[in-house]
Design a protein around this ligand. Sequence first.
Ligand code: SR1
Ligand code: MG
Length: 423
Amino acid sequence: MVTIPTGYERLNEAGLRRWLAEQSALVARLGGSAETWHVREVSDGNLNVVYIVTGPAGGVCVKQSLPYVRVAGESWPMPLERAYFEQLYLRASEPHVQGLAPALLYYDPVRFAFAMELLSEHITLRHGLIAGNCYPNAARRVAEYVARRAFATSVLAEPFERVYDRLAAFSRNQALVRITVDLIFTHPYIVNERNRWTTPQLDDVVAKLRTDATLKAAAGRLGQRFLTVQEALLHGDLHTGSVMVSATDTQVIDAEFAAYGPIGFDLGLFVGNLLMAYFSQPGHESRPGERTTHAQWILTQVSEFWAEFVRLYDSSWSSARAGDGYPSAFFSTAEDQRAFALERTRGFSELLADTLGFAGAEIIRRIVGFAHNRDFESIENPEVRAGLEQRALTFARMLIVESRGFKTMDEVLQSLRAPKTST
Ligand code: SR1
Ligand code: MG
């Protein structure tokens, strides 16, 4: 049962104007008066309502929770508190990811709505990649976002008491973690009324997936790790639709799934979504081979993303610790430093395995579960779509069951790379 507190109202256009007009800082940002503001609903995600409001001086973006899942309607009730957890996450991560996420401007705990900085020049990275655009810095900037926020909210950076307090606060975000547990780690592998796929083309593939004992055991391990490894504060839904890009800028949005968990979950969701962008490219061609170069470029972004994350995280892990993890007093001699470097290498191997496994789980759930993505969904011809989805599913299965067999990200991508043409 969803409790709707007294005072909550769904902000329609008139209500939104009134709501904004009550906040002098927002009025100043917009300029002019409430009747002159331009209001546009731009809800794109599955859960919430989002508006862009502009005035003569500038604009704001407003996001509000509904007491149900927006795309499913009232048949799927959902607590309103997700707006609370998203603003809590924005406040917690803001000092560490400045310039990589929009600023929170105002939170209303009664309407479960908040206003944030407007990204007027941006589109989602997902849309950009489908359109065939390149964003040379985006993957590295997302890596920086994950590395800085993950390190700063872990026991490597802070005494465990502070981490535990934050962990306790985010552990209440259970409705959203339930969605992840069901939609990513459970439903794709069983019969569930919310699942859907390109039918009848993938019917046999889906039936086989449900009887694939090796895959289910490995997927079970990933779900177990997601729920029990509480390394750092996660964004929790870091797909390419949660990244806004312009020609020169990258910003991460939509953190209502924030929770403590394994860092590889954020990394894996982003890698899985880049891989889906890669696999779906032939479906966006107007002539055969038109997207080959673009698809190969997307693979280079997977490599760059991983390399940049390791570079930044290792730099903090090796020299910026101020918490209880790997006490600095342990590492004074050259031998200590060598052993510590080996220990970090071991840590990154584990993290690579997590990242690959979670990437595979994300791909599978986007093709056979409830929440699909436009990379594949916008391919109109079901035969073409199913063929590309099947290729992605085969690769995803390999990522999940063989995740611990890879030493480097490049090794993983090798089989997808086009052979170099000799000149
Ligand atoms: C019911 S919510 C479905 C999906 O949309 C969100 O963006 C998350 O990815 C979630 O799994
Ligand atoms: Mg979202």
